[in-house]
Design a protein around this ligand. Structure first.
Ligand SMILES: Nc1nc2c(ncn2[C@@H]2O[C@H](COP(=O)(O)OP(=O)(O)OP(=O)(O)O)[C@@H](O)[C@H]2O)c(=O)[nH]1
Ligand SMILES: [Mg+2]
Length: 347
């Protein structure tokens, strides 16, 4: 150990030792030797791989000479890092619940936090009790389920915003139809999506079928005027053009449109099929429009609801509706927290 430390420094640790015979003839008269493999005890497993400083190797003609040993160490370190990255953690091996969460696309870090403190049986299998506790924990993150609430007086205004093609217009039509047919509300539609020629036509067709008025607005002032004209309505639903989260100008325009009235309730529409990483980016970029609620579409197309859970775990937003197909007005619902928790733990 002292030899290793004198060569590699105080952080050095012995990784492996082996006794071997050197020299001799067919093993006779050989000297016994000890092979020691040592390395530096840096927190390989704990640090995120991308944040870890890479070994800096300077050229031999500079002040710092690269000895064969240093190169060997750098290589060894790289190999070790690769091994550590591939190595399953102790929890992974012993917790089927962790595996189940990860299989259902719950972010690993979130999944590890969730299962902390759950009882585990000696055989390494999670008990039913643990699963039930986990389900309760998950349900607590789904507690904030809240759709559109029509006030007893005045007009509720709701805008759907989000990336392209996630189902904003279809969802708006579903909402309009349900509020008119089931709740008997007076509803008006407004579309600010003048970006695509067919977008206005798409919503007009729905408005005609449902029998509600529709306004097309090109500017924040026109939106104000539309609100004024429809003061008699209980609900005004605003459709907006799909925006790419990487287009700051478009998002700025959307923000300016929604800023005309602080009472507009903004729902960020996301497809359940979106990868968590992409969904995070979308939420971060659309945050300039201050959405209060998440509305998830295409639950029917997603293999699980991991992305929904990850976002609700990360952000203090409320979950509004989930949509589960293309049928207007049927494929939309508010979901109970326990049902969602069960869904997330589907085998
Ligand atoms: N499977 C499935 N398809 C859906 C759902 N909601 C919407 N769609 C489909 O998704 C496609 C896009 O829907 P739109 O409502 O036009 O989407 P959008 O967000 O308004 O699109 P842009 O206005 O272009 O940004 C259509 O084919 C819809 O039928 C859903 O819950 N499940
Ligand atoms: Mg649309």
């Amino acid at each position: 150990m002292s030899q290793v430390k004198s060569e590699l420094g105080r952080e050095a640790v012995i990784l492996h030792t082996r006794r071997l015979k050197k020299g001799g003839v067919f093993g006779f008269f050989a000297k016994e030797a000890v092979e020691v493999m040592a390395g530096l005890d840096t927190p390989l497993a704990a640090a995120a791989p991308e944040k870890r400083p890479q070994p800096v190797i300077k050229s031999n003609d500079g002040d710092t000479k690269v000895t064969a040993l240093q190169l060997e160490l750098a290589n060894m370190r790289k190999t070790l890092e690769q091994v550590v990255q591939k190595m399953p953690t102790a929890k992974e091996q012993t917790s089927p619940l962790l595996e189940l969460l990860i299989k259902n696309d719950v972010d690993r870090q979130i999944a590890e936090n969730l299962i902390k403190g759950l009882p585990e049986s000696k055989a390494g299998m999670d008990s039913n009790r643990a699963k039930q506790m986990l389900e309760e924990r998950i349900a607590s993150y789904f507690q904030r389920v809240d759709g559109i609430v029509i006030p007893p007086r005045g007009t509720k205004t709701v805008a759907l915003i989000g990336p392209t093609g996630v189902g904003k217009t279809t969802t708006l039509a579903k909402l309009a139809a349900n509020f008119v047919i089931k709740e008997g509300c007076k509803v008006a539609l407004v579309t600010a999506d003048t970006y695509r020629i067919s977008a206005v036509e798409q919503l007009k067709t729905y408005a005609d079928i449902i029998g509600v008025p529709i306004e097309v607005v090109y500017s924040p002032d026109e939106l104000k005027a539309a609100f004024y004209r429809h003061q008699d309505k209980q609900l005004i639903l605003i459709d907006t053009a799909g925006r790419s989260p990487s287009n700051q100008d478009q998002l700025g325009e959307l923000q300016a449109l929604l800023e005309i009235d602080p009472y507009i309730e903004t729902h960020l529409v996301l497809s359940t099929t979106t990868k968590y990483r992409d969904a995070l980016e979308i939420v971060n970029k659309f945050s300039i429009c201050s959405p209060q609620k998440f509305l998830f579409t295409k639950v029917d197309e997603a293999s699980n609801i991991g992305t929904i859970f990850n976002l609700l775990y990360q952000f203090p937003a409320t979950l509004s509706y989930l949509t589960t197909g293309q049928n207007v007005p049927d494929d939309i619902s508010l979901v109970k927290p326990n049902e969602l928790a069960k869904h997330l733990l589907r085998e």
